[in-house]
Design a protein around this ligand. Structure first.
Ligand code: AMP
Length: 114
């Protein structure tokens, strides 16, 4: 297995995990772009959002992940709001080919993003 986020999910390499359950892991980004910057990933490997299908399994997993976002945000003290970002593919500037959502907060965000 060469995927770095699979290795984080399997605890083969260290990370600063802030939330974990059967399906997902959330850990702090190595290069934080905000006072709070964590990555939420499914443990199951999907290369990107493009790999998600309309199967019941995928819908359940992604629905579960989305339903946990505000739980994680609250745990991290983001009472005043936050931003959830997915970079998909080349134009989206995705660098790690394992589906992940950036949860950013702790400061006022700008718009539009770069
Ligand atoms: P993206 O550009 O959307 O693919 O985001 C990948 C993110 O993963 C970047 O913000 C990196 O800083 C972060 N990252 C890469 N390797 C690690 C790692 N081992 N632990 C935590 N974050 C990582």
């Amino acid at each position: 297995m060469s995927c770095i986020f699979c290795k984080i999910a399997q605890k083969e390499i260290p990370s600063d995990i802030v939330y974990e359950d059967e399906e997902i892991v959330c850990f702090r980004d190595l290069e934080p772009q905000a006072p709070v910057h964590v990555l939420i990933i499914p443990k199951k490997h999907y290369e990107s959002l493009d790999s998600v299908t309309e199967s019941g399994e995928d819908k359940e997993l992604l629905g579960h992940l989305m339903a946990k976002v505000h739980v994680i945000a609250a745990r991290l003290g983001l009472e005043n709001g936050y931003r959830l970002v997915n970079n998909c593919g080349e134009d989206g500037m995705q660098t790690v080919k394992h589906l992940h959502f950036h949860l950013l907060g702790g400061r006022q965000m700008g718009w539009p993003p770069g």
